[in-house]
Design a binder for this molecule. Structure first.
Ligand code: GDP
Length: 460
């Protein structure tokens, strides 16, 4: 493992428009404490240092220091510094932090001073968290949760990320792996000592525990709440052209996100807007009008709209109050394969032109905003219905990466159950456990680590 001392700005890069009150620069690696000495004690650089250097405050205690240029001893800023002894730090290595005043000149001078030391390098995205993983401070699911927490936009997303960061998924997957490994040990005993008197019925016992584990994984795979929460609940706005879909999207987003036009069929592409609906994150997609048409481009839009609506978690059907909306509603909601009455919503728009009073539908004027509170309440209710569907005590699956590995594990367990020989069953069980180990990082795959940590921000 590489052992350089790395550093990065932990706070956003200061810009002229938004300087920020503080800039935090963090270091991790064997020479992190030395960095503090050389940057806070004039003329220490070159003279060397000792472990009991007076410039170094006690570990984990903040101290006020003047930051100096290591070569010229010129003062750069005054701020708080702190350091952590290995392994009692976030990364498990010696770490240090400089809490400086915000602003570009301070950050630039501090970076120039750090470069003069000549033994630190800028961290890559996610490198601090990766080092924490390398030092067993956290597993991959917990590392991913840190990225999710930083990216969380709504309260519910934040809660889920925090639960995962606290090891909820780590424990779940590791428990499954422990269980599987124990079962594997039984199988291997049967292979290694076929003549010995193992307790009778071991075959059944193994079969039962594999079946139970497989059922648990299958149940976990069914639960879509975690991914919905992490990625946002997909809502498709569908309906005939000119019903007011774009106007509704704009009303909801309170900004001009979609093209609103007088001519039918102008919203040809799918436009997405992210919203926070009472803590539930939603991704609202405006689709082209549903209409049979000779126009090739619009037809493509309609095709995409239908495809989008089919994969969406929730459909919002917008109809025009001044048109024959009841027929349109009957047509579009008749297909139970495409329409889910427990969560999908019918909106009848333009009630400023034609009042509507009909049970079950939301009457709206995208123009005046009348009916919007009711629509938001319905949306929030539908979101809650979808998010709480099949709510179990176990923490939900949150990522496609985990899903892929779990599908592999479930399939391997299925094969183990029908394997014609004990040795083959053992091999399948081993593969299933490897798949589970890939999720937490117990089974290490370096290319996978590169992909995971590349998505982090620098300084994390
Ligand atoms: P889309 O094709 O379904 O996306 O419909 P648009 O949002 O582009 O709206 C079509 C036309 O209806 C535009 O001229 C809008 O200004 C108008 N419109 C949309 N909502 C309302 C409404 O609530 N009342 C009235 N009077 N006009 C509306």
């Amino acid at each position: 493992m590489e052992n350089t001392t790395i550093y990065a700005l932990g706070t956003p890069a200061p810009s002229r428009a938004r300087p920020g009150a503080l800039s935090v620069i963090r270091f991790s690696g064997p020479r992190a404490a030395e960095v503090l000495i050389f940057l806070t004690e004039p003329h220490a650089f070159g003279r060397g240092h000792s472990a009991r250097d007076p410039a170094l405050p006690p570990p984990r205690r903040m101290a006020l220091r003047t930051l100096v240029d290591p070569l010229t001893a010129e003062a750069i800023d005054r701020g708080l510094v702190v350091w952590f002894e290995a392994p009692h730090s976030e990364t498990g290595e010696t770490m240090a932090e400089l809490h400086l005043h915000g602003g570009r000149a301070v950050a630039n001078s501090a970076f120039a001073a750090i470069q003069k030391l000549g033994f630190c390098r800028l961290a890559e995205p996610g490198e601090f968290t990766r080092r924490a993983f390398e030092h067993n401070k956290l597993d991959l699911t917990e590392a991913e949760a840190i990225a999710d927490l930083v990216a969380a936009e709504t309260d519910q997303q934040r809660r889920q990320a925090l639960q995962q960061m606290d090891g909820a998924l780590h424990r779940l997957y590791e428990d499954w792996r422990t269980l599987g490994l124990r079962t594997l040990a039984h199988l291997e005993a049967a292979i290694d000592f076929p003549d010995e008197d193992l307790p009778s019925g071991i075959g059944d016992e193994v079969r039962e525990s594999i079946t139970a584990l497989r059922a648990e994984i299958a149940g976990h795979l069914e639960d879509k709440r975690g991914e919905r929460l992490r990625e946002g609940l997909g809502i498709a706005i569908i309906g005939p052209p000119n019903a007011g879909k774009s106007s509704l999207l704009n009303l909801l987003a309170r900004r001009e996100a979609a093209i609103v036009s007088e001519t039918a069929g102008t919203t040809r592409d799918v436009i997405e807007v992210h919203l926070d609906l009472g803590g539930w994150p939603v991704v609202l997609a405006d689709t082209a009008g549903l209409r049979r048409t000779g126009d090739a481009i619009e037809q493509e839009g309609v095709r995409r709209a239908l495809a989008r609506a089919a994969t969406a978690d929730l459909r919002l059907l917008v109809l025009d109050a001044t048109n024959d909306w009841k027929t349109a509603m009957a047509e579009l909601t008749a297909d139970s394969g495409r329409w889910d009455p427990s969560s999908d919503i019918v909106v009848v728009n333009k009630i400023d032109l034609q009042p509507v009073d009909f049970a079950g539908v939301v009457a709206l004027s995208a123009k005046s905003g009348a009916g919007l509170p009711e629509l938001l309440a319905r949306l929030q209710h539908s979101a809650a219905v979808l998010m709480e569907q099949g709510a179990a005590a176990a923490p939900p699956l949150t990522r496609a990466r985990h899903r892929e590995a779990l599908i592999d594990a479930e399939a391997a367990l299925g094969r183990a159950l029908v394997a014609p020989e004990v040795a083959l069953a053992a091999e399948d069980l081993r593969l299933a456990m490897r798949a589970l180990g890939r999720i937490t990082g117990t089974v290490r795959i370096d290319e996978l680590l590169d992909v995971i940590f590349r998505d982090f921000c620098i300084g994390k």
